[in-house]
Design a protein around this ligand. Structure first.
Ligand code: SF4
Ligand code: SF4
Length: 222
């Protein structure tokens, strides 16, 4: 196995050649915000646009989930240009998020709260107009609840359902602002072929999927 040496925020690290920068940083204790990254998925979704970093000699910030580490790479996760993109992306996500942490099962274990802390940003969007979808909560599953108003469309639950248990109950429908997590034929989750294994709940980084016993298992924390 070929390894490469690089620096991330001045810290010297080694990694397997070809490994994606996001995972190298996270596995070396350097947090880079992310929502849609899935460790076992060979091709990154690259849809949440939160993992921008700067690389010495590169003109523009790049998403760490798509870039492979190379020998001598010097990465700055705190560059002004990269952080401006991350903040803008985060604010866009929060502009359509039904924020109510005090009553949310994910409170304290939520990736959005972690990202806000990391960015020293507010969860409440200040510059953008709040545009809430006000969709009905799906309470049809005996084990868990799905609140689409807290969904960030990261796709982790879809992957978990398909990969971990080869079920494929969950998927996305529609485009743009209407895009939503749904089931085949748009049936409530409880009325589809759900095996009630709750891998989707474990994968969810927010309070969109939560167990009915009130507990939110901590996500994969990627
Ligand atoms: S999903 Fe996270 S940010 Fe949203 S209300 Fe719940 S705890 Fe707060
Ligand atoms: S329900 Fe959770 S895991 Fe699934 S897409 Fe929405 S935020 Fe991601």
């Amino acid at each position: 196995m070929k390894t490469v040496a690089l620096t991330i925020d001045g810290k010297k690290v080694t990694a397997r050649a070809g490994e994606k920068l996001l995972w190298v940083a996270l596995e070396n204790g350097i947090y880079i915000p992310n929502l849609c990254a899935i460790r076992d998925k060979p091709e990154p979704n690259a849809s949440c646009r939160l993992c921008f970093v700067e690389i010495e000699g590169w003109k523009k910030p790049v998403t760490a989930c798509t870039v492979e580490v190379t020998e001598g790479m010097a990465v700055n996760t705190r560059g002004v240009k990269a952080l401006a993109l991350v903040r803008a992306g985060f604010e866009l996500i929060m502009a359509s998020h039904a924020l109510d942490c005090a009553h949310c099962p994910a409170n304290g274990a939520c990736e959005l709260q972690k990202i806000a802390r990391h960015l020293k940003a507010s969860l409440k969007t200040k510059r953008l107009r709040l545009l809430l979808r006000e969709l009905p909560v799906d309470d049809s599953n005996p084990l868990f609840t799905y609140d689409p108003n807290k969904c960030v469309l990261c796709g982790r639950c879809v992957w978990a359902c398909r990969q971990d248990i080869k079920s494929g109950v969950l998927g996305f429908a529609h485009r743009g602002f209407e895009r939503a997590l749904t089931t085949f034929a748009d049936e409530p989750i409880g009325r589809d072929r759900c095996l009630e294994c709750s891998v989707c709940v474990e994968a969810c980084p927010t309070g969109a999927l939560s167990l009915k016993d009130g507990k939110k298992p901590s996500g994969d924390g990627a």
